[in-house]
Design a protein around this ligand. Structure first.
Ligand code: TTP
Ligand code: MG
Length: 380
């Protein structure tokens, strides 16, 4: 069945038929499930993750009531408590989130087999040839949102467009419970207005570089030739050239296996001080930890990547007897790997941590943003 759908999707591309892509992303996913399952949390500022009394840990997500106080994912619980004294901290229940995720994917499969999950709460759907012959992607998105409400008692936001890039940005526009359609004739104008940070592969270092070149929006990027973009931004430049013209040919790929999850960062200035390196390593470990949690995965192998100021790159790995996903272990092993390198008189340009060798790869569990992670580093 999946093979047939893939063949249809490839045929659409060959015929250059306009695709219909939906990106669905659940609203305040972990927090909404907690509010649904415990009526006393309804309408209250709650945070999943972190620790009560703000003693440690980071926020996995915050309910929309908590967001009004400025609380958001990846913030320390201490800071969350400063922003809202009444915030309720809740321990995550990953099994409950995975169960909801499975049900969401089953709902999607009533409309198409071309489903590419990005994490527990989000997926791309190619509905160019939907199973129920509904035809209208907007109508399908509406129905999916309604079924999620009726059967799961949760809300989702949807973006509908002609490719993955625009659909994903669109789903975020009217959150929560939103639906945004960017039709084919609006795609280019939409991308022209986008701030450069929204583009794939543009992390803070690249964004700053772009801004220093007076490139602030898609329209600014569009003024550069492909050769210029490649000259300034390497191979990512080729991708920017296409995407800024509304061209994103990436297929919705069902059953794409995750082989690794990681994050890396290029520093604005090269680092030499050990304390700075540990600080950055811990920060990157937190991002990897969050991504693992989003995907519900545990890995047996931890790999440290390091790039020096002369662009020479080194990796060091350690495999464990048990798969892990806890922050402390990731931080400890990454630090041991870093300490095993001879860093005297070295200037460090980049650090990265990756987990691989997963215990099980659920068919529904994918990379947070596979294309971004594969094509570019976390920040470049
Ligand atoms: P998101 O879809 O990024 O966030 P969300 O669903 O909570 O809120 P929004 O309405 O803005 O979509 O992530 C999905 C879940 O992944 C989130 O509920 C908790 C988890 N997560 C983390 O554990 N750490 C993080 O840093 C982020 C961003 C998410
Ligand atoms: Mg979400």
């Amino acid at each position: 069945m999946v093979l047939i759908s893939l063949a249809i999707s490839m045929e659409n591309n060959l015929l250059n038929k306009q695709r219909k892509i939906i990106h669905i992303d659940m609203d305040a996913f972990y927090a909404s499930i907690e509010q649904r399952d415990n009526p006393s949390y309804k309408g209250k500022p709650i945070v999943v993750g972190g620790s009560p009394e703000g003693r440690g840990g980071v926020v996995a997500t915050a309910s929309y009531e908590a967001r009004k106080f400025g609380i958001h994912s990846a913030m320390t619980s201490k800071r969350a408590l400063q922003l809202c004294q009444n915030v309720i901290f809740i321990r995550p229940r990953f099994d409950a989130y995975k169960e909801v995720s499975r049900k969401m994917m089953e709902i999607f499969s009533r409309y198409t087999n071309l489903i590419e999950p990005l994490s527990l709460d989000e997926a791309y759907l190619d509905v160019t040839n939907d199973k129920q012959n509904i035809g209208s992607a907007i109508e399908i998105a509406k129905q999916i949102k309604q079924v999620i409400k009726d059967e799961l008692n949760l809300t989702a936001s949807a973006g509908v467009s002609v490719n993955k890039f625009v659909a994903k940005i669109a789903s975020d526009i009217k959150k929560p419970d939103g639906l945004t359609f960017i039709g084919p004739s609006k795609v280019e104008a939409f991308i022209e207005k986008l701030p450069v940070e929204k583009f794939f592969g543009v992390g803070k270092v690249t964004a700053e570089k772009m801004k220093s070149m007076h490139l602030h929006t898609g329209a600014d990027l569009k003024k550069l030739t492909e050769t210029e973009l490649v000259h300034y931004f390497g191979k990512a430049g080729r991708f920017f050239y296409k995407i800024v013209r509304g061209i994103d040919e990436r297929e919705v790929e069902p059953n794409r296996e995750t082989s690794s999850i990681g994050a890396e960062d290029t520093f604005p200035c090269d680092l030499t001080d050990h304390e700075d390196l540990y600080f950055e390593l811990n920060r990157i470990a937190r991002i990897v930890h969050e991504r693992l949690q989003q995907c519900g995965l545990k890995g047996r192998t931890i790999t440290l990547k390091i790039k020096y100021s002369d662009f020479i790159q080194n990796t060091r790995s350690q495999s464990l007897s048990q798969p892990v996903n806890d922050l402390e272990t990731i931080q400890t092993i990454a630090k041991q790997l870093l300490d095993s390198l001879e860093l005297k008189n070295k200037k460090i340009r980049l650090l990265g941590i990756t987990l691989s060798n997963f215990k099980e790869a659920s068919p529904f569990i994918k990379k947070k943003d596979p294309d971004q992670l594969e094509l570019f580093s976390f920040d470049e």
